[in-house]
Design a protein around this ligand. Structure first.
Ligand SMILES: *[C@@H]1O[C@H](CO)[C@@H](O)[C@H](O)[C@H]1NC(C)=O
Length: 221
């Protein structure tokens, strides 16, 4: 192999390494911390750092995740977030947490996190979980979890959780972003504001127009 072709291979290897780090979730911090200044009007990717001199222990703290949130919603589950909104010190650190409470039969409906992989631990109860791989395989990977079980939902993939037991379920999930984002599939497609053209959803889901209109009505609030 010539020196030139070795250089070309090296160039592509480096270019691919850079491209793959750009596709990973939150970028790495460039200092010990960058506590979010939620009052700042400056818009950046992430949040502006507040002056480190004024940072205190409160910026790294949240309390109350031991308490059940009210899960009596239509779907019978509620997510209590602990991300950069609740803990400003998480800014640039690429991590956050949620507590999820489920009524018996409660569902955390199919959704995706555009910026995070999720690592879920069941603290109480029996939880059915699953995710679907991308096109065109669309393989459904699922499992029934018991207390103490841990399950991973890879970044970007559509997933859900459902309480299969007769008692409430409590789960804690870590997410690999300070601001994972959530796209609940049904809400995004049938509850968008303004609504998506009925013809688009009729064709996409192979549904009758009146079913689409019914769903759009259900998901608009
Ligand atoms: C309950 O859940 C809501 C919605 O996710 C959240 O905004 C709120 O902070 C939670 N409340 C408590 C007391 O945890």
């Amino acid at each position: 192999m010539t020196m030139d072709s070795k250089l070309v291979i090296l160039f592509f290897a480096v270019a691919m390494a850079i491209a793959s780090s750009a596709m990973a979730s939150d970028p790495s911090p460039l200092q010990d911390f960058c506590v979010a200044d939620h009052a700042s009007k400056v818009l950046v990717n992430g949040l502006v750092c507040k002056n480190p001199k004024y940072v205190t222990e409160k910026d790294f703290f949240f309390s109350g995740l031991d308490k059940a949130n009210n899960s009596k919603s239509r779907v019978g589950s509620i997510v209590t977030p602990v991300n950069v909104v609740q803990i400003p010190g998480l800014n640039t650190l690429g991590i956050s947490l949620v507590r999820i409470d489920f009524q018996p039969g409660g569902l955390n409906p199919p959704h995706t996190h555009p910026r995070a992989t999720e690592l879920l631990t069941v603290l109480e109860g029996t939880l059915g979980v699953g995710f679907v791989t991308s096109n065109s395989e669309n393989r459904f990977i699922s499992k029934v979890l018991k207390k103490g079980d841990v399950f991973t939902f890879p970044i970007g993939l559509i997933h859900f959780q459902i309480n299969l037991g007769k008692d409430p379920v409590v789960a804690i999930a870590a997410l690999s972003s300070q601001n994972p984002g959530v796209i609940t599939i049904a809400d995004a497609l049938f509850g968008s504001k303004p609504p998506i053209d009925v013809n688009v959803l009729t064709k996409a889901f192979s549904l009758d127009k009146d079913v689409v209109e019914y769903l759009q009505d259900e998901f608009s609030d």
